[in-house]
Design a protein around this ligand. Structure first.
Ligand code: FES
Length: 119
């Protein structure tokens, strides 16, 4: 049974303006409630905008050490800084690395009036 994270923001919370995320690029978000921590990442490339929980399925570590350094140099994949796994931007599937066949957990987001919100 999945345990809900009290730090995870409710749907409808504004995260940032779309313009604050590079194209291609990504931005990480962290939320804390008491001792609980929720980390998510929003990735952007052209018309693609997707959110994922910032936890690598391999070892459970955060994907990046810095809040805007989630993508490979060419912006084609999400890179885990732990052991170098690469993830598809559109569906979070691991395409190279030790967690091949697994995927990042989705973090639903939506774009409204030029701003990114949790969904
Ligand atoms: S923790 Fe991400 S590849 Fe190992």
């Amino acid at each position: 049974m999945a345990v809900s994270n009290p730090a995870r923001p409710a749907p409808g919370e504004r995260l940032c303006a779309l313009a604050e995320i590079a194209d291609p690029g990504a931005r990480g978000f962290r939320f804390r409630q008491d001792s609980a921590l929720f980390a998510g990442v929003v990735v952007r490339r052209g018309a693609l905008l997707a959110g994922y929980v910032d936890v690598c399925p391999h070892a459970g570590w955060p994907l990046a050490a810095l809040d805007d350094r989630f993508l490979t140099r060419n912006g084609d994949h999400i890179l885990c800084s732990g052991h170098g796994a690469l993830f598809d931007l559109a569906d979070g599937a691991c395409v190279v690395g030790p967690c091949l066949g697994e995927r990042l957990a989705p973090w639903p987001i939506t774009l409204r009036g030029g701003d990114v919100f949790t969904a």
